[in-house]
Design a protein around this ligand. Structure first.
Ligand code: ADP
Ligand code: ZN
Length: 740
């Protein structure tokens, strides 16, 4: 017999090994130790075959060394999903299989668990309570009180040493055994506490949505639905009820959320309903925690798995419901190989399991909304907030008028400053968003106009901090430098800072609102483990008045006392050379405005921009999603972009711009020769990528547009196969979320 094995080595595809005589043939999904060059690695069996593949000589096939599992370690459907992902996203099976393994199984000791030693008293021990040394009598007294036994660490804390414990065990007074400890990731989570005073009566729209979704779920075969509910319409309540109904039908639930920060809050709500049969899976869990949870899921001790993108590969069986919350969120896309979109893999998983997939959002992606309007997905709308709360009223501030009135350095408009002051006076909370980190976005020379750029990337360095702690940093490669006293190009001492980020906004808010308790939430502020949950829970507890931050504060959070949201430079994203710029801007403004007025008091949003007439800003302020979709679709049609065509982006990296442009041109030529009429797809490029240099490598880009992904992907892979040296330096992105 022969087996096809996926090994967690990035560039490798499936490898074939033979099963030596006398060894039982492993099952699909089992781990096997196989030779690979001079090493031995642990891989997963993905197929069992009676003969070697036609392109491999049987004699060249090496035997498996060891079979580690008699039953599938990774369930067969997850192996199948990983193979689908590898193929669809043109990634090696090797990289993809890594994504489905829990941490630590990549090494040899797969089942390493944290354990502790438990001591329990025996009958002989009970008889000996009054005998022996003082230490021994004390130990037996402690143990006699507990039928289950006591961790040995408890005894050592009482001064009963390891030698005494060992002697008592030898004399048969106690027995020792090891117990596995499941580390609980909930321990460190901020817990959500329900408002006990409100009895939850569902709104009419919630009732109808649940009825429709339950009908689809009860069909026990694949359906997909868009749950399109405005911010604060109570989508979570719907997820909870659907999950409960799914469990009643004896099936399990997988729920994806876009942000690690949202998992504890969401999980806590599910814990209220499902107790400890809820597991969390995300990359910020300690390896041990994640491993324990993974094992519990695999053993079937879990009914609901909640996690970020990679949780889509969790080993849950009998799936009946797959939820993707905030389905439009770009963090579902993995920006390294395999470049999969967790939402789309979740749909495939639901399809393979015959489950209902629910995609929830207040601002659906163009793709999902397209599928809902064309009838591919059921379309369920929640048009109103719970308790008839109004959506926030939105005011647009034209910053050009502010500059004219107060000078070009204005960060906060008069309207926003007034708004913040009145919230402080009423002891309400506010959120201020700017989707750009740092203090200043560049340093430039007033004499020669030069900027201080990253030596490794084609971007200027961003200034962080003020005064003595001021540093310039690259947001792509983390290169950090002191801000020099004079221009490195012309030596003139006229360096100035331009542009601003969240740190500057924080400073301005503090200056304009003396006495306010202000905090900042962005990737820099949460670098330390635990600081994210600390900031969020302080804000929730009312210990922070104004929270300044990046899109991190725009997502999902439910803070009832926030009545004002300020958006500083709402147009940050519009300057980017990306076809999704308008979509992102619309989503960000709508989502962050949705954080206001979720409690008793009505909410207000103030949106600052220099493009007050841009349709994404105008329609976001009116919170008119259908109008935005219609308008944006016109643009996507005219420019041939998704959701009307499929895209594959390929980026070639290399040492010089001219060499990468040449390499990319060679690929383009082969593609055009393969489809001379241009009927199957169009090829754009080669062109220098918008981010022309990254981490010391130059980048050239080519883009395939067409309606048939498979044709495009196969053609590209064939063109790359002809130039293996170029292929190694090329990343292929199927369904890119960003083409920078
Ligand atoms: P969404 O995800 O749609 O933005 P949430 O699920 O966060 O909205 O719900 C918004 C708030 O309304 C939450 O505090 C939630 O507990 C509450 N809520 C949900 N359904 C109801 C209801 N039927 N009656 C009262 N409050 C509700
Ligand atoms: Zn850099």
């Amino acid at each position: 017999m022969f087996v096809r094995v996926a090994v967690p080595v990035p560039t490798l595809d499936l490898l074939t090994y033979s099963v030596p005589a006398g060894m039982a043939t492993p099952v699909e999904g089992a781990r096997v130790v196989v030779p690979l060059g001079s090493r031995a690695v642990t891989g997963i069996v993905v197929a069992v075959e009676s003969g070697p593949p036609s392109d491999v000589a049987a004699a060249a096939v090496k035997p498996i060394r060891t079979v580690l599992d008699t039953e599938p370690f990774v369930p067969a459907d997850v192996v199948r999903l990983a193979r689908w992902t590898a193929e669809y996203y043109a990634a090696g099976v090797g990289t993809t299989i890594t994504a489905v393994l829990p941490p630590k199984t990549r090494g040899a000791r797969a089942d390493a668990h944290k354990t502790r030693r438990i001591a329990a008293i025996t009958a002989a021990g009970h008889d000996g309570l009054e005998r022996g040394s003082a230490r021994q009598r004390e130990a037996l007294a402690i143990l006699s009180a507990s039928a289950q036994g006591v961790p040995t660490t408890v005894l050592t804390k009482q001064g009963i040493g390891a030698a005494t414990i060992a002697r008592m065990a030898r004399e048969g007074l106690i027995v020792l055994h090891s117990e596995r400890v499941d580390r609980d990731p909930f321990e460190s989570a901020v817990l959500w506490s329900p408002d006990e005073s409100t009895v939850r009566r569902l709104t009419m729209e919630q009732e109808e949505a649940i009825a429709k979704l339950e009908e689809l779920a009860a069909a026990d075969r694949f359906h997909a639905a868009l749950l399109h509910g405005v911010t604060g319409s109570g989508k979570t309540e719907i997820y909870l009820r659907l999950a409960a109904a799914t469990r009643t039908r004896g099936r399990r639930v997988l729920m994806l959320v876009p942000e690690i920060a949202l998992t504890p809050v969401m999980a806590a709500q599910f814990r209220q309903a499902f107790g400890d049969r809820v597991a969390i899976q995300h990359s910020a869990l300690a390896d041990g925690e994640r491993h324990d949870q993974w094992q519990r899921i695999r053993r079937g001790d879990i009914d609901v798995v909640i996690g970020t993108r990679s949780a889509v590969f969790a080993p849950v069986q009998d799936l009946g419901l797959v939820i993707v919350d905030e389905e439009h969120d770009s963090s579902y896309k993995q920006e390294e190989t395999p470049r999969y979109n967790g939402r789309d893999v979740a749909l495939v998983r639901a399809q393979q399991a015959g489950a209902l997939a629910v995609l929830g959002s207040a601002t659906p992606s163009m793709e999902t909304y397209h599928n809902a309007t064309t009838g591919k997905y059921a379309h369920i709308v929640l048009s109103r907030r719970v308790m008839d709360r109004p959506l926030a009223t939105v005011t647009v501030v034209d910053m050009r008028e502010e500059f004219a009135a107060s000078g070009p350095d204005v960060v906060l408009s008069r309207a926003l400053v007034d708004g913040l002051a009145s919230r402080l006076a009423r002891q309400e909370q506010a959120v201020v968003l700017l989707n750009r980190r740092g203090f200043a976005t560049s340093v430039f020379c007033r004499q020669c106009g030069g900027t201080i750029d990253c030596p490794n990337c084609s971007v200027s360095l961003v200034v962080h901090g003020e005064g003595a702690s001021r540093r310039a940093r690259c947001h792509y490669c983390n290169h950090t430098a002191r801000v020099p006293p004079a221009c490195p190009l012309c030596a003139a001492p006229y360096l100035e800072q331009a542009g601003f980020g969240t740190e500057r906004v924080e400073a301005e808010v503090k200056r304009q609102c003396p006495g306010a308790r202000v905090a900042r939430l962005d990737r820099d502020a949460v670098r330390r483990k635990g600081s994210l949950t600390a900031i969020l829970s302080k804000f929730r507890d009312g210990d922070i008045d104004i929270l300044v931050g990046t899109q991190m504060i725009a997502k999902g959070h439910d803070f009832p006392r926030v009545t004002l949201v300020g958006v500083v430079s709402a147009d940050v994203g519009l300057g980017m050379a990306d076809f999704r710029a308008a979509e992102r801007t619309f989503q960000l403004i709508t989502q962050v405005a949705g954080r206001a007025g979720r409690g008793e008091q009505a909410g207000e949003a103030i949106v600052q921009t220099i493009y007050p007439d841009h349709y994404s800003i105008q329609l976001a302020c009116r919170q008119d999603f259908p109008a935005f979709y219609a308008r944006e679709l016109v643009f996507r049609k005219a420019m041939r972009y998704p959701p009307l065509v499929a895209l594959i982006n390929a980026v070639v990296r290399g040492r010089t711009l001219s060499s990468v442009m040449e390499d990319a041109a060679g690929i383009v030529q082969r593609l055009k020769r393969a489809d001379p009429s241009g009927h199957a797809f169009r090829v754009l490029g080669p062109a220098p990528a918008p981010l022309g240099k990254l981490r010391g490598e130059y980048r050239a880009q080519l883009l395939l547009k067409g309606s048939r992904r498979k044709t495009m992907r196969d053609a590209l892979l064939r063109a790359l196969a002809a130039r293996p040296d170029v292929a190694r330096r090329t990343s292929v992105d199927v369904d890119p979320v960003s083409v920078l």
